[in-house]
Write a protein that binds this ligand. Structure first.
Ligand code: GAP
Length: 514
């Protein structure tokens, strides 16, 4: 674990050093859980968004996009349940004055018991060697059975308390488990209180009677309230979907792990409206399609898993998360939910407007059911960054840090470098840049030794480096160096465009989704 922590720290500092992610307001010592994307980060982020947007809107003729406002009528959040129920249970330690999420403290306690089990298994594996039957050991070893019983009882008690929103019981669990504050080391806890995660602000001047509005905590509601606008003006027929990418805001109590949990972040959400009764088939379809989308990036199929929800929100009839193996464990990157007709019905009720869809094939009106796919851009960014980072030991004792970014997502697609800064090589290199730049993000670099220039590009994940040398002036060929293999091939300038395009276009990813 400590080794993983070190790797994660290195990734965070690499992200800053190479212009991917900066702490927000850094010269004022930062703003907690808010980050800025730098010159390379914004390109990587835009490419992730483009891949998602095209996979939704180009590949599905029944999905269209919108861009709704961040501010919305406050009653929307009453209807959606966010005003009353979008809460986290918080608890303070009186000695350290630190604030925690009560549920997270308990989850961490459960994770400790899981760790204990894994340690026992690892010890036994070492002791018994080849003859070790892990399944049998887990089932029969008295020590493991004891820890597992303790863990399951705790989990059951915790789930019940969360389901009942029983704050006293959450506190009691923390007391009974003797959970201490990691800072003060004491058990001097306050009561547990509900804390609403929405940011509130005022709209209009106070003289006019200002209205309290919220920064949206999800983009989905902007889709629901525009359902009929899009359906009517786009002449859409159920089943159809509406996609949106945009900022969302949550006043997270515990904001940790870099850009994994932020207070201002970005979501890519799609609501797919279907006939009642067909939703579970569509849920399955979207569950599979979304995993395929992730896997097409080639980050490693073993890095993903579904986490099907056993306990569902009262309005949902199926839900799963796509989790990705981050350096700090498997974590949710995307949620896929079958939300029944809850949201549209609530908006009908609160707005007093008819939001029914007339189905010409059935000759009847109904409130459609909805399958939602919801992915965080920043979490996706983090998963791509973490799985791409490698410190490589090279032959001859040399080292390099390389980002094996999927080529279509890389911020810079190719770098053109004159071998030396004289003999007309820079002019020739500029000529190549001036041609490629219309189709690819292209860097020109003539500073430092060629080795150093390659390392700089490796560190930001540039898939190709093109080197112009004296031979180029004679026969219009260059060397094309591939980032991962570091192999160099001599190619004609006339072929560069095609060679690069075949590897770096978003199109090449989209074709894998057929
Ligand atoms: N409309 C459904 C919805 O918002 P969610 O599970 O709360 O569902 C969806 O959020 C996705 O948004 C998550 O899977 C995650 O990728 C991202 N997300 C949620 N909270 C986040 C935060 N504080 N920071 C970064 N990403 C977040």
């Amino acid at each position: 674990m400590a080794q993983q922590d070190d790797v994660f720290k290195k990734i965070v500092s690499h992200a800053k050093e190479y212009g991917f992610v900066f702490p927000s307001s850094e010269i004022y010592d930062g703003l907690s859980a808010v980050y800025d994307y730098g010159q390379n980060g914004v390109e990587l982020k835009n490419n992730i968004k483009r891949y998602w947007w095209d996979a939704m809107t180009l590949l599905h003729e029944n999905i269209v996009g919108i861009d709704s406002a961040i501010f919305m009528h406050p009653t929307i959040w009453k209807a959606s349940g966010h005003v009353d129920a979008f809460n986290d249970p918080l608890i303070d330690n009186r000695d350290s004055k630190k604030r925690y999420r009560a549920d997270v403290l308990i989850e961490e306690d459960i994770a400790k018991l899981d760790d204990k089990i894994e340690k026992e298994v690892a010890k036994a594996r070492k002791r018994f060697g080849e003859s070790f039957d892990e399944a049998l050991f887990r089932e029969t070893n008295p020590r493991i059975r004891e820890i597992k019983a303790e863990r399951d009882a705790l989990h059951e008690r915790f789930s019940q308390a969360m389901n009942d929103s029983n704050l006293e019981e959450l506190r009691q669990i923390i007391i009974d488990r003797e959970i201490v504050c990691p800072i003060s080391g004491t058990r001097n806890w306050t009561e547990v209180r509900q804390f609403n995660l929405m940011f509130r602000t005022e709209m209009g001047s106070t003289a006019d009677g200002a209205m309290s509005v919220y920064l949206r905590p999800e983009t989905a509601q902007g889709i629901f309230v525009n359902f009929l606008n899009v359906q009517k003006t786009g002449r859409m027929r159920v089943p159809f979907g509406i996609a949106q990418i945009g900022k969302a805001f949550r006043n997270e109590i515990v904001a940790r792990q870099f850009i994994f949990r932020m207070r201002e972040f970005e979501q890519m959400e799609m609501q797919f409206f279907v006939r009642p009764g067909t939703e579970l088939q569509w849920f399955q379809t979207w569950k599979e399609f979304r995993l395929k989308w992730h896997k097409a990036l080639g980050l490693g199929d073993d890095k993903y898993r579904y986490h099907d929800h056993e306990k569902l929100a009262h309005y949902a009839n199926a839900a799963t998360d796509i989790e990705f193996r981050m350096p700090f464990g498997f974590k949710e990157v995307e949620g896929i939910h079958s939300r029944t007709n809850f949201d549209l019905s609530q908006h009908e009720k609160f707005s007093g407007k008819n939001i029914k869809y007339f189905d010409p094939e059935l000759n009847e009106s109904y409130v459609p059911y909805v399958i939602e796919t919801s992915i965080g851009v920043d979490r996706m960014f983090l998963s791509v960054l973490c799985s791409s980072y490698e410190e490589q030991q090279l032959e001859g004792g040399d080292k390099r840090v390389v980002l094996h970014l999927p080529a279509p997502l890389a911020p810079v697609k190719c770098a053109v470098m004159p071998l030396v800064k004289k003999d007309g090589l820079p002019d020739k290199a500029r000529e190549i840049v001036d041609d490629l730049k219309f189709d690819f993000s292209t860097h020109y670099d003539e500073k430092d030794s060629i080795g150093k220039r390659y390392r700089r590009q490796d560190a930001i994940g540039t898939p190709f480096c093109i080197t112009v040398d004296h031979q180029t002036l004679e026969d219009n060929t260059v060397t094309l160096r591939e980032r991962d293999s570091m192999e160099q091939t001599r190619v004609s300038i006339a072929d560069l465009h095609k060679l690069i395009h075949n590897n770096v276009s978003i199109n090449s990813l989209l074709r894998k989704l057929k």
